[in-house]
Design a protein around this ligand. Structure first.
Ligand code: CA
Length: 229
């Protein structure tokens, strides 16, 4: 499921993206209303900060609502009744008042998506010839079951959800081992190595030096032709 995160505060974004990835949601983040207006068409849900630098959140919400039925959850620092009433009238489906916990936000997302008939997690995700079955926790490359362990699957899943964007080491360690302890860093490297070996295409999971890892989407798309002929 694709979430468009409209939020200008970088400090908020970092923790939030991590929590959303952990819930196997694909996140695209924009920091302005202008960008949001071009990006919402591709989203299954919009998480909208009402305090944006270039436009009033309510006006943005009305503009999106005029063009689309996409579920919108407003994130606002204002808890007065009048502000919340205005947000609902502008077309938001739910709202969360800052500061909030990621767990509460995820529960709200799930509730809204249930109302819209979406499963909270895409049961099967595909990136090129890479196919991830989140219910069975199995991954396939060009039809071949990779036989991943649970941790290897979670690692590949987080990378695949980012669709070619880099996922930081901290986000991976936090998402998979629920920790940022130093020892997990080595554990992460070991799992990346074993995952690459099972993929049989070492270039599919690329190292972004000093930052983290990414899936080479272009290689995932070439997997079938690469091994088939
Ligand atoms: Ca803001």
């Amino acid at each position: 499921m694709r979430v468009l995160l409209v939020e200008d505060d970088n400090r908020v974004v970092e923790a939030l993206v991590e929590a959303l990835h952990r819930a196997h949601l694909t996140v695209r983040r924009v920091g302005t209303a202008a960008e949001a207006l071009t990006a919402f068409h591709d989203a299954d849900l919009v998480l909208l900060d009402m305090g944006l630098p270039d436009q009033d959140g309510l006006a943005l919400c009305r503009q999106i609502r005029a063009a689309s039925e996409v579920p919108i959850i407003a994130v606002t620092a204002r808890r007065e009744e009048a502000a919340l009433v205005s947000a609902l009238r502008a077309g938001v489906d739910d709202y969360v008042v800052k500061p909030y916990s990621p767990a509460v936000l995820l529960a709200r997302i799930e509730a809204v998506m249930r109302r819209f008939g979406h499963a909270p997690v895409t049961p099967v995700a595909e990136v090129g010839d890479l196919r991830l079955d989140h219910q069975a926790k199995e991954a396939f490359l060009a039809g071949r079951n990779l036989g991943l362990t649970r941790k290897e699957f979670e690692l590949l899943s987080m990378l695949a959800q980012a669709r070619g964007e880099c996922v930081t080491r901290e986000a991976l360690m936090g998402g998979i081992w629920d920790t940022a302890w130093v020892g997990a860093s080595r554990t992460l490297d070991v799992h990346v190595s074993s995952l690459r070996a099972k993929l049989g295409q070492p270039g599919l999971v690329q190292t972004v030096r000093g930052v983290g890892y990414r899936v080479a989407v272009e290689e995932a798309q070439g997997a079938r032709t690469g091994t088939g002929s």
